[in-house]
Design a protein around this ligand. Sequence first.
Ligand SMILES: Cc1ncc(COP(=O)(O)O)c(C=O)c1O
Length: 399
Amino acid sequence: MLTQTHAKARGLADLPPVQNDSLIALIGMVDADPRPEKIDVGVGVFRDGAGNTPILKVIKEAEQRLVDTQVTKAYLGSAGDKRFAELLRPILLGPHAGDERIAGLQTPGGCGALRLGFELIAQANPDARVLVGTPTWPNHPPIIRSVGLAQVDYPFYERGQGVIRFEDMIAALKGGEPGDIALLHGCCHNPTGADLSEEQWREVVRVVSERGLIPLIDIAYQGFGRGLDEDAFGVRLMLDACDEMIVAQSCDKNFSCYRDRVGSLWVKTPSAEMTRTAMAHVHQIAREMWSMPPDHGAACVHIILDDEELRARWLVELAAMRDRINSVRQRIAAADPRIDYIGRQFGMFSMLPLSKEQVLKLRAEDAIYMADSGRFNVVGMGDAQIDRFIAAVVGALGN
Ligand SMILES: Cc1ncc(COP(=O)(O)O)c(C=O)c1O
């Protein structure tokens, strides 16, 4: 007779508590603050001069066309909207658009692309290590961890001076083993705003290709820095030199459709046939994770890019977002030499040279909310709030 042990099965009740995501917690704090003058530069969305995150006019129009013309919501398959990827291809890849060794597919946002890209790497080589410059976007490490890859950090940024620790970066990349992954930000580095210069990109590309590393470039803000082509400089230069490469792309910022989750993943291997094999794995992994990506946002981007007039109007709206980011940067930079580096940085984020105590004091006394690290969104506030923000920050820096 079998003896039964009645030990309690492990179940959902045994799950340990999860540490709160500090940026999500910050949103809660902003919501709970009743002071009408509060400034939220913690959140990661573009705000216009009036302090709003409006839907782009071209997106509104594309949505209307979609409503008027869409005749079915039948499944599209794991590749999502194929025309969307085709239209995005030249925008991202430029002169490499015709290269048959590069293939792409629609993903649920840049996040989905990152997860899918890292899953692919983990399948191809579970021993690959991911070389990560810190600080980085806080969601990178958990995604890397979730696929079981080892992460090796190196210092990327000298916070007090607002500059890249380029020698450390190069030394770290030189220390990588062939097959290791170099995770790089394509443009508008989050959280530092510190982008590689063209000369620095050349050096990084040289080391990555000489060492046989596989670059994974995360490009979530194309068009928010210097321009659409300019912001893809690193991606394209890397494609010149590397036979194996992955790009995780997002349209959520440059089409301002954050919640619609629009992104894409791009894979390059040494041959068109190997790329077909790699993409078969990508599709299989996508099927296991989300089966197929949501359609609506990508369908709107597809409509815009496929229509000459809408596309031209998108470029104008994108330029307006970029111009606002860069003009607010100049205004903040001009306020004090200790933060003038902000004028030489790109994208929505930079880090202020403030201690956690100073950040908390700004929160308590001035109702200004930014991440504990001093990372702030330069376009998190409307025009009317900029002077007060600058005065409070300069005050916090002291004499
Ligand atoms: C560096 C970086 N990569 C990827 C993403 C992901 O973007 P998405 O919202 O499209 O998933 C973000 C979003 O904040 C980001 O900052």
